[in-house]
Write a protein that binds this ligand. Structure first.
Ligand code: NAD
Ligand code: MG
Length: 334
């Protein structure tokens, strides 16, 4: 077990053998935390106007899409997320970490002190390289691990590679997904149905199964579900069914591994401004009003979800397991 593993650090602290170097490091972290806590809030505190509101320009990109081509460009917390050492020394693997909600989680994890391995598709290398820089700028180690999660073998290899590079694993975020809107069940090909389940559900199973033997007490598995788990959109019924399966799987697995000290939760977002939506996730004609029908009146930005992933990954979430955490702009939920 590495010295940085949370268990090892906990034992050091509890055993009363805190070396002066460690005490100094904790002091420095506390000082940084104080700074972060007292820094002036520069963002608009009004939730309705804090981020871009519809109408948005009509746009589309070939799947899987790139962040830099979106108008407006999504906010992943690049200039706003402030860490306070909540994941110091942790080792995280995040799928779909190149863009959108996964990128926001990766930035936050790194700024909270975690080293991060992340997965993406080879076509997303440009986004991935931006994320590598963001992790390294936070002073943490970055391991980009491209590949296709529809393959069970690849899922197993991904976990093995992440464990080897990171030197262990404390946090698994199964976040990647495929979503292709189709107005009728008659428009959903067998291939699309298969791909959507393989990427969204099977990968969660294979990744969790491969990760479990490496996880120690204090570890956390987080999967990205969706409001569609409870309230399926009529134009994305295959995707919605995968999101229901994900939420259900997390609740069941949480019961199974709680006694090992491992937590499992899902996050269920509503409309968030990410490449998924402009690459066929929504009909193009619906994008200008994306998020307009929420009580807040706009879509969420990935940055607004990062604190949820941090909470679920950190020791502060110690009694939160088997839950589905919603963020739907004012409605939705079970
Ligand atoms: P995104 O496009 O930024 O992220 C999805 C990622 O999935 C891609 O970056 C890609 O790397 C990965 N991916 C897709 N197919 C893959 C495959 N076969 N193999 C490996 N990786 C693959 O979009 P996002 O909205 O940030 O999506 C992240 C998660 O959030 C998804 O689970 C999505 O279902 C969920 N979600 C999004 C919204 C929303 O409105 N954006 C709402 C609810 C849930
Ligand atoms: Mg992407």
């Amino acid at each position: 077990m590495s010295e940085n593993h949370p268990d090892a650090r906990r034992r050091l602290l509890l055993g009363g053998t805190v070396a002066s170097g460690l005490a100094a490091a904790i002091g420095a972290t506390a000082a940084r935390a104080d700074e972060a806590a007292t820094a002036p809030v520069t963002r608009d505190p009004n939730i309705t106007t804090a981020y871009p509101r519809p109408p948005f320009p009509e746009q589309s990109q070939p799947w899987p899409g790139l962040t830099g081509k979106m108008v407006p460009r999504p906010d992943h917390g690049e200039t706003s997320y402030k860490g306070s050492g909540r994941l110091a020394g942790r080792k995280a693997l995040v799928t779909g970490g190149d863009s959108g909600i996964g990128r926001a989680a990766v930035i936050a994890f790194a700024r909270e002190g975690a080293d991060v391995a992340f997965n993406y598709l080879p076509a997303e290398e440009a986004d991935a390289q931006e994320v590598v820089k963001l992790i390294e700028d936070a002073g943490r180690k970055a391991y980009p691990l491209p590949g296709d999660l529809r393959s069970a073998d690849f899922c197993r290899q991904l976990v093995a590679d992440a464990v080897q590079k990171l030197g262990g694993l404390d946090i698994l975020v199964s976040n990647a997904a495929m979503q292709h809107a189709a107005p009728s069940i008659l428009d959903i090909s067998d291939q699309q149905f298969d791909d959507t389940f393989k990427c969204n559900v099977y990968a969660l199973f294979h990744l969790s199964k491969a990760a479990l033997p490496h996880l120690r007490p204090g570890a956390s598995i987080i999967a990205t579900s969706s409001v569609n788990a409870y309230d399926p959109g009529e134009g994305i019924i295959d995707y919605a069914a995968t999101k229901a399966a994900i939420a259900n799987f997390c609740k069941g697995l949480a019961k199974q591994v709680a006694a090992k000290g491992i937590r499992v939760n899902a996050v269920a977002p509503g409309p968030f401004w990410t490449p998924l939506q402009v690459t066929g996730g929504q009909p193009t004609a619906k994008l200008p009003t994306f998020g307009a029908d929420t009580p807040i009146g706009r879509p969420g930005q990935p940055a607004e979800l990062a604190p949820v992933y941090v909470l679920l990954a950190s020791d502060e979430g110690s009694y939160i397991t088997g839950q589905v955490y919603g963020a739907v702009g004012g409605h939705g939920g079970p």
